[in-house]
Design a binder for this molecule. Structure first.
Ligand code: PMP
Length: 364
């Protein structure tokens, strides 16, 4: 064994060595429908104003540690209930990791429970924090198996239950009553984290119910709203819990450019909301068009992506790549996703280019 391999083996955890890095496909030259981004840029006049604001930022200074001004805008504009506050993450990815780090016990293995398939970072972050992860399979129609979730909660007494609302990669919204039953089942020992990354497209939220439950955490991101590049997530919960999570957060985790860009965008949030409305309309059109294609099963979506099932997903995915269209082949993620593909909803032009390439790929 080479000296560097010996070094890696003696320093890096075996479970870290055993996994691959989070895979991000190279999208240059492709119509990019794989990552649930908002295809719309800020309008030109706003970009010019933003450029000026960014030029004035003091790059030589650390951010103001309290992040009071950006938090105030989030609280005011994004529906955080009175008396509640948020903590910020470098994307909600970082918030998931902060939650796991804060809840991983030292004297025993703490557990994360989540429906599966769901967002892969729940399992990854649990693993890296040294927690056990228990995935509870969705039913064949992608809905939540509530009795199985409640049984897993009784058996494993998880510190954290992650619920993606709507769920990635299936796109559906779990029933609010089922989520409430899970929050109640965790009462006294576990936190229910409702991940509302796709809230702009679902327009359904548990945020307003925070005052009812001590153990509810509502997590969101500005990524899907049109700001994926700035990396900003936020999480609201009982103030007593936020005090603890904030200890685990790296200081200055939100950089000054992100902060100024987010403040600017939230001052013009109506522009982003209009883009989300256009994407909701485009989702309805794309869903209807896909449903008309023989041999394609379309799952209902409350998000900015659509899950479909075809007869040979690998083949269709490869042919779409040849047409320079990048979507996500999720067929190997879990057995309930056999032959499934996930398509991000985009502009009418890109959606129709996708549909042309897709029908050609099915026929070929
Ligand atoms: N939660 C869910 C359900 C997601 O699908 C994603 C991104 N795909 C995230 C969180 C992470 O979002 P970000 O780190 O960009 O805020």
């Amino acid at each position: 064994m080479s000296p560097i391999d010996t070094l890696v083996n003696s320093t890096i955890r075996p479970d870290v060595r055993a996994v691959a890095s989070y895979h991000v496909a190279d999208a240059s030259g492709f119509i990019k429908l794989d990552a649930m981004e908002n295809p719309y840029h800020l309008p030109h006049h706003l970009r010019e104003d933003l450029a000026q604001r960014l030029a004035d930022v003091a790059l030589n200074r650390y951010p103001v540690a309290s992040y009071a001004s950006i938090k105030r805008r989030i609280n005011d504009k994004l529906g955080v209930p009175a008396g509640y506050d948020v903590i910020l993450g470098n994307g909600s990815d970082e918030l998931i990791s902060i939650l796991c780090m804060a809840c991983a016990m030292q004297d025993r293995r703490a557990t994360v429970v989540a429906p599966t398939p769901s967002f892969v970072m729940y399992q990854r972050s649990a693993q890296f924090a040294g927690m056990d992860y228990v995935g509870v399979p969705l039913k064949a129609d992608m809905t939540l198996d509530l009795p199985a979730m409640l049984a897993a909660i009784r058996e494993h007494k998880p510190a954290l239950v992650f619920l993606s609302y709507p769920n990635n990669p299936t796109g559906n919204l779990f029933a609010e009553d089922d989520i409430v039953a899970i929050i109640q089942a965790l009462d006294g020992f576990g936190l229910a984290v409702v991940d509302e990354a796709y809230e702009p497209f679902a327009q359904q939220t548990l945020m307003r119910r925070l005052p009812e439950f001590n153990n509810l955490v509502v997590m969101r991101t500005v990524s899907k709203l049109g700001l994926a590049g700035i990396r900003l997530g936020y999480m609201a919960a009982a103030p007593r819990l936020l005090i603890e999570f904030d200890k685990v957060r790296p200081p200055y985790n939100i950089n000054v450019l992100t902060q100024v860009a987010a403040e600017f965008a939230l001052d013009h949030v109506e522009v982003l909301n209009q883009q989300a409305a256009a994407l909701r309309a485009a989702r309805a059109d794309l869903t209807a068009a896909l449903a008309r294609i023989p041999g394609v099963e379309v799952f209902p979506s409350a998000a900015n992506f659509i899950l479909i099932r075809v007869s040979n997903s690998d083949d269709v995915h490869a042919k779409l790549l040849a047409h320079k269209v990048l979507i996500k082949n999720v067929s190997k993620m879990h057995s309930v996703l056999a032959n499934c593909l996930r398509i991000t909803v985009s502009t009418p032009e890109e959606n129709s280019a996708f549909l042309d390439a897709f029908t050609a790929s099915l026929a070929a």
